[in-house]
Design a protein around this ligand. Structure first.
Ligand code: PEP
Ligand code: MN
Length: 333
């Protein structure tokens, strides 16, 4: 249920509604909009009796929310959300490109790649310090040492950094160093991690589970938002299908589906979707052309010696080409 306040409702009236909802045994979450504030009722198991709320000062109407997710839903928040991180705005119309290696391997590697991607227009540097690897024998990341390298990248280049927290334990240290905290595909339904991610001070980049439906993905985002963190960015990174010509199958239809169902911004990771670098530019162009709010792309200056995902990492000159293509597409957006 969404309690929509009148245009001229004041803060006390909004608070009174939140108090009344609390007395009813639920939680009221204020959702300020361009025209008016709405209060979303969460915690109810079935329909809510709205009579007493409708009688309150400043209340315009009460609208039932039909979707199982509420805070992430466009029904409760018709305007698209813009997530501000430093001076970067995600979801504001200009595609935001996040680029860098799969994993932080050394200071020299990270600074070299960061310089290259910055030169060509990336706004955020990506690189894993804690790596979720399918095999326990693969490179697992540099851990906190990698986070310190990311801090240095931020200091030296001014780029923001996005990096993954893989479990409840490393979330705290990742929060200390990252500008955006990534939750990877394997953790999309790790509900205790999602709840903790809802309590941190940094925005969350929530990747789609490789076998998750759009509704399951949005419910995962709801876990984060229900704990109070409104800054959630969704990332489509390919799902598992019978098709084996690519590592995963990029579901571009997720972009209009998410735009319809939710106010949250959505970016696309073509690298983990394709698993091969020659498909990254065309998939990126497709994603931007149909409305993605940005890209998360793997780039390496020496992919044949990368410690992870070298075969899907763009060469620097391919990244330059990609940025040129995006620049050309912008006139049609
Ligand atoms: C990554 O972006 O580093 C990563 C591990 O991606 P995913 O969770 O999508 O596999
Ligand atoms: Mn990778």
């Amino acid at each position: 249920m969404l309690v929509v306040m009148k245009n001229d409702a004041n803060e006390e009236q909004v608070q009174a509604v939140i108090e009344e909802i609390k007395k009813m045994g639920y939680r009221g979450v204020p959702m300020p909009g361009a025209q008016r504030t709405a209060v979303c009722i969460i915690g109810n198991k079935g329909p809510v009796e709205a009579m007493q709320l409708l009688a309150m000062e400043g209340v315009k109407e009460a609208i039932p929310v039909t979707k199982p997710y509420k805070l992430v839903s466009r029904e409760t928040h018709p305007d698209s959300s813009i997530i501000s991180v430093g001076d970067v705005k995600i979801g504001a119309g200009e595609p935001v490109v996040m680029a860098g290696p799969c994993a932080v391997e050394s200071e020299e590697q990270a600074l070299t790649i960061a310089g290259l991607v910055k030169e060509h227009g990336a706004k955020v540097f990506r690189g894993g310090a804690f790596k979720p690897r399918t095999s326990p024998y693969s490179f697992q990341g540099l851990g906190e040492k990698g986070l310190k390298i990311l801090q240095k990248v931020r200091q030296e280049t001014g780029l923001l950094v996005v990096t993954e927290a893989t479990d409840n334990e490393n979330l705290t240290v990742v929060e200390k160093y990252a500008d955006i905290i990534q939750i990877g595909t394997r953790n999309m339904q790790n509900y205790s991690l999602l709840r903790l991610a809802g309590q941190v001070s940094k925005p969350i980049l929530l990747k789609r589970g490789f076998a998750a439906t759009i509704d399951e993905w949005l419910m995962a985002a709801e876990y984060i938002m229900s704990e109070g963190n409104n800054r959630v960015i969704l990332c489509e990174r390919g799902i598992r299908t019978f098709s084996d010509n690519t590592r995963n199958t990029l579901d571009l239809s997720a972009i209009p589906s998410i735009k319809e169902a939710s106010h949250l911004p959505i970016i696309v990771d073509p690298s983990h979707a394709a698993g091969r670098r020659d498909y990254v530019i065309p998939l990126s162009k497709g994603a931007i052309a149909i409305g993605a709010d940005g890209l998360l792309v793997e780039v390496h200056h020496d992919p044949s010696h990368a410690l992870s995902d070298g075969i899907q990492s763009l060469y620097p000159q391919q990244f330059e080409e990609l940025m040129g293509e995006i620049e050309r597409l912008k006139q049609y957006l």
